[in-house]
Design a protein around this ligand. Structure first.
Ligand code: 2HG
Ligand code: ZN
Length: 462
């Protein structure tokens, strides 16, 4: 019997296959750092028909394929640890076309998120899905995980921006979904099935994305806030009065890591327990005035303790850095990540109950809170103390997870708001999805992928 590698070598040019140890390690993992990569090879297709071909071979010879984009994911969906073949989109990264009248762009799945944003900017438009890993994340991965980020409050998730999609299914068919239409009421919309499917149904190979008008005169204000309760109150007060582009928060401990990692000073003259960063359109100064009048009132009440305003591009970028650079600044501390969400109306109760659990169970661990609070999404990161091994630390966090996820379940929230399920969260899927739903997911997977060749063991076990 031929090995998987021999099959690949027989059917594809050697220049499109990599097997060096360093490459296997690099391409076999994502930003989670909890899994040991062990793929057989990495395949770099240059044409869709090569993807079709490898899918057919995988079905025939029973090997498993892992789709691979920028590997900036945080749940292990792009990890290959069981002798899989990685299919990288690094060489399928072109912007194929732009349609001015439709205000849409068609791209290959390996196109980098930031390049799409920059292309839109050249056309005086906006691709609004934005997050810190945009410089290396690929659009195929964004779609496969329904990526969110800092602008979800105003623009929604990636799902809202996908007008059409071309896929190679796990059976090797090429299908086109929704053809760039805005309206299309003709039965099941498979586009939405593939969005967030984490590579379990097939390969997303091309996408048509909607663009929009860019906001004029963005402004940013960063506040120092005394406690978590006031973070929620400040947010609700501003949200009730004006349309915000973003409203994020972070706890004081995060600032140390960002300062150390990116060589900046404190965001405000003094330290405060929490900070929020709020972005809005100036609207010829009208919103700016409104923001300052609300601010005055909240300052007098003691809900806001200090502020710094950013009206020019450089200051805005600097202020956003305190929030956007948290994740990369703490990554060497092997954080255990939680990506939780509840409805806005439940955020206050959810936060206070979760905080109690965290305080009681992690008394000597460094706990960092940050996230997209205005869309209900909180990133709770626990840093690994030096004295614990990764294994011991993971075991401890897994125990506390159960307590936290009980609260998530009580509030009908999500155990993974925007990072996906992958390997890291699959044991907890039942806290957010019913048994019946999970059973339907498995049935759907089986229809598209009867031989279970696509990203096996991700999201759920089959
Ligand atoms: C962010 O919002 C990313 O910065 C990463 O989603 C979150 O590090 C995290 O837990
Ligand atoms: Zn996030």
């Amino acid at each position: 019997m031929k090995s998987t590698l021999e099959i690949l070598q027989k059917h594809f040019d050697s220049s499109s296959i990599k097997t060096e140890k360093e490459d296997l390690e690099n391409y076999g993992t994502d930003w989670t750092r909890y899994f040991n990569p062990n793929p057989v090879a990495i395949f770099f297709p240059k044409h869709i028909d090569e993807i079709q071909k490898i899918v057919l071979l995988a079905n025939e010879h029973h090997f498993v394929l892992v789709p691979s984009g920028g590997r900036t994911g945080l749940s292990g969906a792009a990890v290959a640890k069981k002798e899989e073949v990685i299919v990288s989109f690094d060489k399928l990264n072109q912007i194929i076309s732009y349609n001015e009248l439709d205000q849409s762009i068609t791209v290959e799945a390996g196109a980098i998120t930031e390049e799409i944003q920059n292309f839109a900017k050249e056309k005086e438009l906006l691709y609004p899905i934005d997050f810190a890993s945009k410089g290396s994340s690929q659009i195929g991965g964004n779609i496969a995980t329904n990526a969110g980020g800092v602008n979800v409050l105003k623009y929604g998730m990636t799902r809202e921006w996908v007008l059409g999609m071309k896929v190679v299914t796990a059976k090797g068919e090429i299908l086109e979904f929704n053809q760039g239409l805005i309206k299309n009421a003709t039965g099941y919309d498979f586009r939405h099935l593939f969005i967030g499917s984490e590579g379990t149904l097939g390969f997303i190979v091309e996408a048509t994305l909607k663009l929009t008008r860019a906001p004029k005169e963005k402004q940013v204000i960063l506040f120092g806030i005394p406690n978590m309760e006031k973070v929620v109150k400040v947010m609700n007060t501003f949200r009730a009065e004006l349309d915000l582009l973003a409203f994020e928060f972070f706890s004081d401990a995060t600032v140390d890591y960002v300062m150390e990692h990116t060589h900046v000073g404190l965001p405000l003259a003094k330290r405060y327990p929490f900070y929020t960063i709020m972005e809005f359109e100036s609207n010829n100064g009208k919103n700016t005035e409104l923001v300052f009048s609300i601010y005055q009132k909240l300052y007098q009440k003691g809900w806001i303790l200090d502020d710094i305003f950013g009206g020019d591009e450089q200051t805005i970028k600097h202020l956003w850095g305190y929030r956007e650079n948290i994740s990369s600044s703490i990554s060497s501390f092997i954080p255990y990540k939680n990506d939780l969400s509840v409805r806005i109306s439940n955020i206050h109760s959810f936060l206070s109950e979760t905080e109690d659990i965290v305080k009681n169970n992690y008394p000597d661990f460094i706990v960092l809170w940050y996230g997209h609070i205005a869309d209900g999404n909180l990133h709770l990161n626990i840093l690994k103390p030096n004295k614990l091994s990764v294994k011991e630390f993971e075991e401890k966090c897994k125990k506390v997870n159960l307590l936290i996820f009980e609260i998530v379940k009580k509030y009908k929230g999500s155990i993974s708001a925007e990072h996906g399920v992958g390997l890291l969260k699959k044991d907890y899927l039942e806290y957010s999805r019913s048994k019946e739903e999970i059973e339907y997911m498995k049935l759907i997977k089986n229809i598209f992928d009867p031989n279970n060749i696509m990203n096996r063991g991700k999201v759920f076990d089959t």
